[in-house]
Ligand binder design. Structure first.
Ligand SMILES: *Cc1c(COP(=O)(O)O)cnc(C)c1O
Length: 395
């Protein structure tokens, strides 16, 4: 078997998910089975005690699931991965594995909405307190630490402002205080950013996004960096039960083979769109870590290999302008989610967050004219032409 860990990430994308079996398969097959037979009583006992490695029951482990877990762990330079039913299942597994009643956690204010909801509406019911701060300023994190703080959970770049948090400095601060650092790396993928290399303890992904990349799977993963955490998280995953299934694992493993080349195109396309939008008279400002105007441009360049495929921008015309643009685009698809090969556009104030009070919306960084594009891998000039005709309809 190849030692995939020593290879370049482009090579790892192609080869890291293959689990060899006696058939000589070139792709890990879908082991669509809920359970695995024991050869005899002793074999069953040895599997359960952990003396022999093997498969028992698919919630606890399955070769196809393992193939995607290995691929992402290798790409993240982590110790091992635990596949989850969704990105939210991965965040839930992470948080409930690291905090309990009486504990406190600190979370980025610019975070995926349901992640904040998990802290506010679920973890709070189990006695876990959460403080949300703008983690792009390390002083805010330091100021929020209490003796009960057990976890810092960050997203960088964050939702929807694209604020960038310094992973290395946050990891140092966390460890000086006996705190674990978890990073939601969904926006970057391991091709662009590997938080464990900067000292983070846990990486969380929604594999629904770039890792799968084809908008046809909901899945997640947690990557940890040592055996002790792995055993703990694996046990917790077995109890929580939000595990990924073999078929979705197969699809994500297939998606990962083209991850590196997809990310290259996502970045170059997004850069072109961001530059185009930045000079457009209807646009107030563009939030994209690839632009020099981004407040943490240098920090992002230090910790990531590229700016990624997500752009947020502010329309001068507010809500009405946003609605006109949404109803005018023809090539860009009006939908939430991100990281797929097709470009998606979204105007939170008139769509996903329209039922929210305006003051609460603004507090969450969702301004009236905020538009988000997940830039796909289509021809960049055609995407720009589509935006051009849409923006021209705004008076
Ligand atoms: C989509 C997303 C999630 C949640 O993932 P699901 O697979 O939809 O559960 C978490 N974090 C970020 C940054 C996301 O974009």
């Amino acid at each position: 078997m190849k030692d995939v860990r020593k290879h370049h990430p482009d090579t790892q994308c192609v080869h890291a998910s293959l689990i060899h079996d006696e058939t000589g398969c070139v792709v890990t097959p879908i082991y669509q089975t809920s359970t695995f037979s024991f050869r005899n009583v002793d074999h069953g006992a040895a599997l359960f005690s952990g003396k022999v490695k093997g498969y028992i029951y698919t919630r606890m482990g399955n070769p196809t699931v393992e193939s995607v877990e290995t691929a992402v762990a290798v790409l993240e330079k982590g110790y091992a991965g635990i596949g989850c039913a969704s990105g939210m299942a991965a965040s839930h597994l992470t948080i409930s594995s690291l905090v309990g009643a009486g504990d406190h956690m600190i979370c980025s204010r610019a975070v995926y909405g349901p992640t904040a909801g998990l802290a506010r509406n679920v973890m709070s019911r189990f006695g876990v307190k959460t403080t949300f701060v703008d983690t792009s300023d390390i002083a805010n994190i330091a100021g929020a630490i209490t003796p009960e703080t057990k976890l810092i959970f960050i997203e960088t770049p964050g939702n929807p402002t694209m604020a960038v948090t310094d992973i290395e400095a946050t990891a140092r601060l966390a460890h000086d205080n006996g705190i674990k650092l978890a990073v939601d790396n969904t926006f970057m993928s391991p091709i662009l950013q590997r938080p464990l290399e900067w000292g983070a303890d846990v990486v969380v992904h929604s594999m629904t996004k770039f890792l799968n990349g084809h908008a046809d799977v909901v899945a997640g993963i947690v990557v940890v960096n040592n055996e002790e955490d792995y055993q703990h998280f694996r046990r917790m995953s077995n109890y929580l039960g939000g595990t990924i299934d073999p078929f979705n694992s197969f699809l994500v493993a297939r998606g990962i083979k083209t991850l590196a080349i997809r990310i290259e195109r996502h970045c170059s396309n997004a850069m072109k769109l961001a530059q185009y939008l930045e000079q457009h008279p209807q646009v107030e400002r563009v939030m994209y870590p690839g632009l020099k105007s981004h407040p943490q441009y240098d920090r992002h360049r230090k910790q990531a290999r590229g700016p990624g495929g997500l752009i947020s921008f502010e329309l001068k015309g507010g809500i009405e302008a946003g609605k006109i643009l949404m109803n005018s685009v023809e090539l860009l698809v009006l939908a939430v989610s991100l990281g797929g090969v097709e470009s998606l556009i979204q105007h939170p104030a008139s769509m996903t967050h329209s039922s929210m009070e305006r003051a609460d919306r603004l507090q969450a960084g969702i301004t009236d004219g905020l538009v988000r594009i997940s830039v796909g891998i289509e021809d960049a000039d055609e995407l720009i032409a589509d935006l051009e005709q849409g923006l021209a309809k705004i008076k």
